[in-house]
Design a protein around this ligand. Structure first.
Ligand code: HEC
Length: 271
């Protein structure tokens, strides 16, 4: 065995060690991340049951009836505390509302506008292009009215939480008798809220809304409907996205076939 060969092995081994060393901080971070994940899961949190949502499947769409009922629940119940800032009145066309209905609906809201020529802010009836106004003027006011907790904006809540729609549904139906859990005044026991102590009183109760379409308003029904509405609000373009995705898949499939045939032709004579 000659010396140059040996020294080349040594240099390549050194290079390897260098590479491994450079990965050490990465592995260390990964280990810490994994450890913190296990401690998180050690804290007891119930996993929401999987629901059979119409919008889950590959070609899934939002159930229009459920969305409309869900909007009714949002409007009559949740909007007292939760804003939905990213949704404008005209977005509701997606629920099947006509332009005229949206105009009437918008005009029932007072929208802050201005300043006018004398520099003052003023209120005016809403227009279809306006976004839903927030129930509170600012976060401080929202907290003051809710025992220090801020009712989150609901525009993206379904996307923002692990288990998405399943979690929101489970949360709304997950208020239970307190099993001797330490709760501060103004907190309620919820099986699915991380930490179990939530500063939102159970917002739904049997028959709370009277559905325009005559559906019986059980807690579960309202929770399912409002969750469908919020899932739509979180991703109004989902149906287009899925349609486009399918088209792209079909296109790729056809192209794969064409390319395969072409390849066979080109290589036909070559043994
Ligand atoms: C009386 C005010 C009030 C009403 C009405 C209300 N909420 Fe809440 N909600 C709150 C507050 C306050 C919080 C924050 C709780 C906390 O952080 O402990 C909250 C939190 C939430 C959360 C977030 C939980 C999380 O993971 O952070 C969801 C989801 C939610 N509400 C959904 C709803 C829905 C849907 C409705 C209507 C059916 C509704 N809320 C009605 C006050 C309200």
């Amino acid at each position: 065995m000659n010396l140059t060969f040996l020294s080349s092995i040594v240099t390549s081994a050194k290079a390897e060690i260098q590479v491994i060393k450079s990965w050490i901080p990465f592995f260390a971070r990964m280990t810490i991340a994994l450890l913190s994940l296990t401690t998180l899961s050690a804290e007891h949190v119930s996993i929401p049951a999987k629901q059979n949502w119409s919008f889950n499947k590959l070609t899934g769409t939002f159930d229009r009836g459920a969305m409309q009922r869900g909007f009714q629940v949002y409007r009559q119940v949740c909007s007292a505390c939760h804003s939905i800032k990213l949704i404008s009145f005209r977005h509701l066309k997606a629920l099947g509302l006509t332009d005229a209905e949206i105009k009437v609906l918008a005009s029932q809201y007072q929208i802050k506008d201005g300043p006018n020529d004398s520099g003052e802010m003023f209120e005016r009836p809403g227009r279809p292009s306006d976004y839903f106004p927030s129930p509170y003027a600012n976060d401080k006011q929202a907290r003051a009215a809710n025992n220090g907790a801020s009712p989150v904006d609901q525009s993206l809540i379904v996307k923002a939480r692990q288990h998405g729609a399943d979690y929101v549904f489970a949360l709304l139906t997950g208020f239970k008798e307190n099993p001797n859990f330490q709760l501060s005044p103004g907190q309620y026991y919820n099986e699915f809220f991380p930490g179990h102590a939530i500063s939102m009183a159970p917002p739904l109760s049997e028959g709370l809304v009277t559905y325009n379409d005559g559906t019986k308003a059980t807690v579960e029904q309202m929770a399912r409907d409002v969750t469908t509405f919020l899932a739509w609000a979180s991703e109004p373009e989902m149906e287009q996205r899925k349609r486009l995705g399918l088209k792209v898949l079909m296109y790729l499939l056809v192209m794969t076939g064409l390319f395969y045939v072409t390849m066979r032709r080109i290589w036909k004579g070559v043994k």
